[in-house]
Write a protein that binds this ligand. Structure first.
Ligand code: UDP
Ligand code: MG
Length: 328
């Protein structure tokens, strides 16, 4: 089928830009770099540029990147003025890349570079513009996190017109034209997995087993993941707003009916006002519901607010001297 490495003297023509967001990855970087070079060698040493995006690290990631880029001209880096998050790092990496093909991978080898030959083979075979990856399972991940992740995909898929694949990684191989379209989108709040779906293009999927991080620790806490999920949900679906409105109307109708009923009872039997406990429960329930709906609306209002401020997604404080393209 042309998938084996021997069949591919050079897996691709042109330049591959590899974007690696890094936040405090000093431990993982040398391991990543060695593994990446090994894979490139296997692929017949094609042209590539490694673009590390240093995202407000608290360890000596930046120093390591400086040394790496001094020693290897194919290594470039962009350093943010503070932590702007992985989405911003991926976006910056795309903007600074010059390749005909682009791929984004984590520094901890959880997105194995060894999949690249297979990804290129698939692209050639099918003529697709994008090869995406998804994890088959979530082994080794905390149970609560897996559960919440599954629930998140269910809610997202049922409230959005787009189809989101569970276990999808940010790790993809895309052609330049896909990246160009993505970069045209001006929005500040980004959820790249959704944006890939939104821009379309012919996409093929590759599955792989979950791999534990090679060194260091995850940079995502549970609250951060919750905020990320809420952002994703409100970025790609306005259904929660509609739900809030429908639930509101339903409760108005119900309570109007109840008021009419109570008034009739009062008029006929003169005994409508009893059961304070249940009344308080209902009040609390309705207050909760209102707050929930308000909160949902608030989320969208906050998004509009952030977009209208028109702030940049990130601020760059340092760029490696050996950059290829010279925009900014
Ligand atoms: N990362 C980043 N900025 C952040 C958080 C994470 O650039 O604010 C990078 C991190 O260095 C890693 C990748 O994003 O290369 C994925 O992060 P991590 O492995 O911590 O996430 P997990 O795999 O646990 O979901
Ligand atoms: Mg990871």
């Amino acid at each position: 089928m042309g998938n084996s490495i021997q069949d591919l003297p050079k897996a691709y023509d042109g330049l591959l830009s590899v974007i690696v967001p890094c936040k405090s990855e000093a431990q993982a970087l040398p391991i990543f770099y060695a593994e990446f070079l090994r894979v490139m060698k296997e692929m017949g040493n094609p042209d590539f540029e490694l673009i590390f995006v240093e995202d407000g690290s608290t360890d000596n990631t930046l120093e390591i990147l400086r040394t790496m880029s001094k020693e290897d001209a194919r290594v470039r880096y962009i350093s943010f003025s503070r932590n702007f998050g992985k989405e911003a790092a991926m976006c910056a990496g795309m903007k600074y890349s010059a390749g005909d093909y682009l791929t984004i991978m984590d520094a901890d080898l959880q997105d194995p570079p060894s999949l690249l030959p297979q990804m290129f083979a698939k692209m050639k075979e099918t003529g697709c513009d994008c090869v995406a990856t998804r994890r088959k399972n979530r082994e080794g991940e905390p149970k609560l996190r897996s559960f919440l992740a599954r629930a998140f995909y269910k809610v997202l898929n049922s409230t959005s017109d787009l189809k989101f694949t569970e276990g999808a990684r940010d790790y993809r191989l895309i052609k330049r034209k896909v990246a160009d379209e993505i970069m045209k989108l001006p929005e500040y709040n980004r959820f790249l997995k959704g944006i890939y779906e939104w821009v379309g293009f012919k996409t093929e999927w590759i599955e792989f087993d979950n791999i534990e991080r090679c060194a260091g620790q995850t940079k995502w806490s549970l609250p951060q993941l919750c905020v990320y999920s809420l952002n994703a949900l409100t970025s790609f679906s306005t259904v929660p707003l509609a739900i809030a409105a429908i639930v509101g109307i339903l409760f108005c109708l119900l309570s109007s009916a109840a008021i009419i009923l109570l008034s009739i009872r009062q008029l006929i039997f003169h005994n409508s006002a009893y059961g304070w406990t249940s009344l308080v429960c209902i009040i609390f329930f309705l207050c909760g519901l209102q707050l929930f709906c308000l909160g949902m609306i608030g989320q969208y209002a906050a998004k509009i607010y952030l977009e209208t401020k028109n702030r940049p997604q990130y601020i760059v404080s340092e760029v490696s001297p050996n950059r290829k393209n010279s925009d900014q």
